[in-house]
Design a binder for this molecule. Structure first.
Ligand code: BGC
Length: 757
């Protein structure tokens, strides 16, 4: 195992489909799956994909039976122009890993340099021997750039070598009608409008069918030794063929590919050409250098070092790296459930971002966190329209799954009904504020989101005999739907409204002008604020005295418990083997629900309740959703179940690297990847961001010798080091901050805190 590398060797060169996801290269704007440039043998299944974050088409939703305000269209991430093609011929034979002899093979992702390399030593069926090194990179500093480089060394032969480099605009999306987690139809979304050569660059321009978005792929080839190529052009494809004469020298082709689209670039064709020119003049070495420097800065904040467990260390780093590869860096984009690594969940953004992914960005890359929160502000208008469609006078109903803000879920019981997404978004704006103290951002964006989401609870709920209730919603657990008083939803709604009241009063004095203009614009009054205050204070939080736990919802505990004993392993995930109604009639959870609520909002819940709740719900949770294990790990740490905390953590750390959910081929599980980081920081280290301080309660898992990570809190850089004897905190702040470590309070600006473990 090599630090900072993910390696596939000859021996584990299996599951190519899965490894396409694992070896994706992306930068938040652009993502390319780890397909072989030359393709497979035609028998291996593949999803050959290139994606631009938030570049979508619209497809109709066909309902057998529709009803009022069901969304009639959906948005879908488009598989765009494929520039991956590089075919190598030596004499009459084509290079393929499915023919001849593979003397050695290694593919790796170098997460320090931000490069992917595939190195092959190959002997053709007729005995011609080559060493071929493919390198690829999605640039973090020029987001439009995907660069490929191939180096060919002729060993024991001096034959003519031909490299054919292609661009293909005739692309379809992947579909599978048997799996609800991927699209079932509408494969062909993209149509080529132009192919041609401009200023020595090849360019394909394509357009989506309904959204009418345009994408341009512009490619420039650099050759060593420098030779001229032959162009082959069709309506949808452009290919350049380069024939290198006989000889011994090393051959090299660098392929600079630039993707531009009408969502971000006014004239993608022109812009593409300009960007290509500038990156080519910079040269490949400089581009690689910039990538390395970018990552050096990233890892300085984001690295978690574990001493004593190399495979978990690898999983953790990989997951964090993938978070960076997936994060949208403009106001149009966010983090899709599968990042840019595949087509599962059709490139949609879910609550996954707020509850599982933003915690990492808030504490390690607050500028990127801000960007993700900006995205939610950008789509607030759509959420307000949706609230009206759903029958409400006011407020904002954020779509359960979306790209541009419109609801894309056709199954409302486990989609639109998950109103908690409003609370999740509000919660995360509040967490960002508590972690950074960035009040200006709240005055400009956060307050409006929190006021509008608070309004939604008043619209959804009602006062009943001295309590405020919220009926007909679905909580995070998708094996239970449309229930009254889901504890998770109610507790977040309460928090959302409390903070709406707080910010209303706070901003009135700290940012009076912005406050007045906002209240005026959205017609928010003192009377409405008083209603928020009352509803929050009287929020009904179902509790079962006999069990000493909060009930997941009003009816949950009266249902029959799922027959786990007689459910064969093959029947999991249940969603693929039972009708939803059958599942809904049982006490069975797909994922953490009340236990998650206890993680997010722990104040006011006794440790006995936390423990009883964990004990009760854990027994009936299947973890069929990849969003579950991390939360069970964090809460196990909280209540002192060290072994469970560790074993759930293991499940999260290598979920994709080991394909434990069996569907990594459709893309990586981004929420779980954020969850791995959280299991260390919020779990083992017990970090909680409170109103006036940062709390830490570190423990060291038995199997480790120590661990170390950094985070930012209120402009302070904090490095946490936990070893077998003690926890050492190194603080470097611009002004004093308050930390509570293992129950002891410290006010510190710069220096070290040491506490025995
Ligand atoms: C989970 C949801 C999640 C979605 C996308 C589903 O399986 O139940 O909570 O938002 O996947 O990751």
């Amino acid at each position: 195992m090599k630090t900072g590398w993910i390696i596939e060797d000859q021996g584990n060169r299996k599951g190519l489909w899965v490894n396409e996801s694992i070896f994706n290269v992306a930068n938040g704007y652009l993502g390319v799956r780890g397909n072989y440039e030359e393709g497979y043998d035609g028998k291996e299944p593949t999803i050959r994909g290139t994606y631009i974050n938030a570049f979508y088409d619209i497809t109709p939703i066909q309902y057998g039976e529709s009803a009022y305000a069901f969304p009639d269209t959906q948005q879908k991430l488009v598989n765009v122009i494929d520039v991956q093609d590089l075919h190598i011929r030596i004499g009459e034979e084509s290079f393929s890993l499915f023919a001849g002899q593979v003397v050695s093979y290694r593919r790796w992702l170098n997460m320090k340099e931000g490069k992917y390399v595939r190195l092959v030593h190959w002997i053709s069926p007729q005995g011609k021997e080559l060493e071929i090194e493919f390198t690829r990179m999605a640039s973090f500093t020029t987001l439009e750039l995907f660069v490929m480089d191939v180096k060919i060394t002729r060993i024991n032969c001096d034959d003519e070598v031909t490299i054919t480099s292609g661009m293909n605009g005739d692309i379809s999306n992947y579909t599978n009608s048997n799996d609800p987690r991927v699209a079932s139809d509408h494969a062909k979304l993209l149509h080529v409008v132009h192919t041609g050569v401009q200023d020595t660059c090849l360019q394909i321009v394509a357009e989506t069918s309904r959204s009418r978005l345009r994408v341009a792929a512009t490619t420039f080839h650099e050759l060593t030794p420098c030779i001229e190529g032959r162009l082959i052009q069709t309506d949808t494809n452009l290919t350049k063929e380069y024939v290198f004469p006989k000889g011994k020298e090393v051959l090299r082709l660098t392929k600079y590919n630039v993707f531009t689209d009408t969502r971000r670039h006014e004239q993608p064709e022109l812009c593409g050409l300009e960007i290509v020119k500038s990156v080519v003049s910079k040269g490949i070495k400089q581009i690689w250098k910039e990538q390395e420097l970018y990552l050096e800065a990233f890892w300085a904040m984001a690295n978690i070092e574990i001493q004593g467990d190399a495979p978990l260390q690898e999983g953790l780093r990989y997951n964090v790296y993938q978070l960076l590869q997936s994060v949208g860096k403009d106001k149009y984009s966010n983090i899709a459930a599968k990042g840019l690594s595949g087509e599962g969940y059709e490139g949609h953004y879910f609550w996954d971002t707020e509850i599982y992914i933003l915690p990492f960005f808030i504490l390690c890359q607050p500028e990127l966190a801000k960007q993700l929160l900006r995205y939610r502000y950008t789509i607030l208008g759509e959420a307000k329209i949706r609230a009206k469609e759903l029958g409400h006078r006011k407020g904002a109903a954020y779509a359960w799954r979306t790209i541009t803000g419109q609801e894309c879920s056709a199954y409302f019981p486990a989609g639109t009904a998950q109103f908690h997404i409003n609370g999740d978004i509000a919660y995360t704006y509040i967490q960002y504020y508590l972690a950074t103290g960035d009040e200006a951002f709240i005055a400009e964006f956060g307050a409006e989101v929190v006021f509008e989401t608070a309004r939604t609870w008043i619209e959804l709920g009602h006062f009943d005999d001295g309590v405020f209730k919220i009926d007909a919603v679905t909580g995070p657990d998708e094996y239970t739907a449309i229930v009254n008083n889901n504890y998770y939803t109610n507790v977040l709604a309460k928090y959302n409204m409390e903070w709406a009241v707080k910010w209303y009063r706070q901003l009135k004095s700290t940012h009076p002008e912005a406050w007045a203009s906002l209240c005026n614009r959205i017609e928010l009054t003192d009377e409405e604020i008083i209603i928020f205050e009352q509803a929050a204070a009287q929020m009904y939080l179902p509790f079962n005295d006999k069990l000493g736990i909060h009930e997941q919802d009003d009816s949950f505990l009266s249902k029959k418990v799922w027959d786990f004993e007689n459910t064969p392993r093959a029947n999991y995930p249940l969603l693929l083997n039972y009708h939803p109604l059958f599942i809904y009639r049982h006490q069975v959870l797909k994922q953490a629900d009340t236990v998650l609520a206890h993680f997010l909002i722990e104040d006011g819940v006794s440790s006995d309740v936390l423990k009883s709740s964990y004990d009760y719900y854990e027994k009936i949770t299947t973890h069929d959703s990849s969003l579950s294990s991390a939360i069970y790990s964090i809460m196990a740490s909280k209540i002192g179940y060290a072994d469970k905390a560790y074993s759930y953590f293991i499940e999260t750390a290598r979920m994709d690297l080991d394909n434990t959910h069996g569907n990594t081929k459709d893309g990586l599980h981004m929420a779980n990847m954020g969850g791995t980081w959280m299991a260390v920081v919020y779990g083992f280290t017990g970090v909680r961001i409170k109103e006036d301080q940062l709390v830490l309660n570190p423990v060291l898992p038995k199997a480790w010798e120590g661990y170390k990570f950094s985070m930012q809190y209120r402009q302070a850089q904090i490095t946490v080091e936990v070893n077998t004897n003690e926890t050492v905190l190194m603080v470097d702040a611009v002004k004093p901050i308050v930390l509570e470590v293992k129950g002891k309070r410290f006010k510190i600006q710069t220096g070290k805190i040491r506490i025995a473990i």
